[in-house]
Ligand binder design. Structure first.
Ligand code: PHE
Length: 344
């Protein structure tokens, strides 16, 4: 009997040590530890043995039973961890999934950079509403109802243009100049602000025109501000923005809210001023309008006439982004096409 139990032990140990699957192992467990297993039969029949034999066989059979339980549970654990590893198996040769990180829109990039430069020059960044009263968009900046200057900007009217009371219409702002009087009403000079923002014009679109675009207004007011101050700020800004020394050129022009008024050009970013197809061989590229703030505008803001001087300028953000990143169609900005925005 003793020999028999030892044999069971050796056989079981041998079989368990063979390579296993979970199914094979549980069959073995039934074979060696199940109700009908030899070992259990022996334990069941202990009562038929002599007292002498019971003393030896009983403890031995129990000891083997416990040892077997132990190796089975060890083996089961081993097997479970192998199965887990198989489930988690990774094919390191499989083609990787393409990660598409988010990108900032080129206009946001340009606006951030502009804001950084102007903040470092001591300017404050100011906002204004997209939906604006006719008063701030036109009247307050020296463009009363019958002013021919209004014809320069095709306007989206929110209120009915025909039946409105004078100056009380509501428009989608056509220019960030609308923020000039809004701001000056509440602040006294000296002041240095920039106003980046969205503007709207009721125009047909093509590669260089959009009905919705962004402008960027600068306004500096103090007792002795001159065109030289404007030139200095403009050259400093454009040189920092394009990372190379830029020249600014003024040409006389007309805007109702400035006197004198200019259009300003910067040296061509493509050829550096030598003349190329981008600048139509002139060496210059037109970027925006500027001028010395009209005293009528100061008056509308509640400042006394002829006490202050200031300069203002406005230009299109899209235009700057197009020059910087060599984009040839303004309509791409609002296309929502991520193949476009991903490139910046
Ligand atoms: N607001 C003008 C425009 O949209 C640009 C401008 C701003 C001109 C400030 C002069 C001074 O055309």
């Amino acid at each position: 009997m003793e020999k028999k139990i030892k044999e069971i032990w050796w056989k079981a140990k041998e079989e368990i040590s063979q390579p296993q699957t979970p199914e094979k192992l549980s069959a073995l467990k039934v074979k060696y530890l199940g109700k009908k297993s030899e070992l259990n039969q022996i334990l069941k029949n202990l009562k038929n043995l002599s007292a002498e034999e019971k003393k030896i066989i009983g403890p031995l059979a129990n000891q083997i039973k416990n040892k077997l339980k132990e190796i089975f549970s060890q083996k089961e654990e081993e097997l479970a961890s192998v199965v887990d590893a198989e489930k988690e198996w990774i094919d390191v040769t499989a083609p990787a999934q393409r990660v598409r990180p988010g990108k900032l829109h080129p206009l946001t990039l340009v606006q951030n950079q502009i804001e950084d430069i102007f903040t470092s020059l001591g300017f404050e960044i100011v906002d204004g509403p997209d939906v604006e009263t006719e008063f701030y968009n036109f009247d307050a900046i020296n463009m009363p109802d019958d002013h021919p200057g209004r014809d320069m900007q095709d306007t989206f009217w929110i209120s009915k243009k025909e039946n409105r009371k004078k100056g009380e219409g509501v428009v989608m702002r056509t220019q960030t100049s609308s923020v000039q009087v809004r701001y000056m009403e509440k602040h006294q000079p000296p002041l240095r602000i920039i106003v980046p923002g969205r503007v709207f014009r009721n125009e047909a679109t093509d590669a260089s025109h959009e009905h919705t675009f962004h402008q960027f207004e600068a306004l500096v007011v103090d007792k002795k501000i001159s065109v030289a101050n404007f030139l200095f700020v403009a050259e400093t800004f454009f040189s920092q923005f394009f990372g190379e020394k830029m020249k600014v050129r003024l040409r006389p022009s007309y805007f109702p809210f400035v006197e004198p008024g200019f259009e300003f050009d910067i040296s061509c970013t493509n050829c550096g001023g030598k003349g190329c197809s981008t600048c139509s061989q002139t060496g210059w590229i037109e970027v925006g309008g500027a001028g010395m703030v009209h005293q009528n505008v100061f008056q509308a803001a509640g400042y006394p006439r002829n006490k202050y001087q200031g300069f203002a300028w406005g230009f299109g953000l899209e235009r700057l982004a197009m020059m910087k990143y060599k984009i040839n169609d303004i309509r791409l900005f609002h296309s929502g096409d991520i193949r476009f925005t991903e490139q910046f």
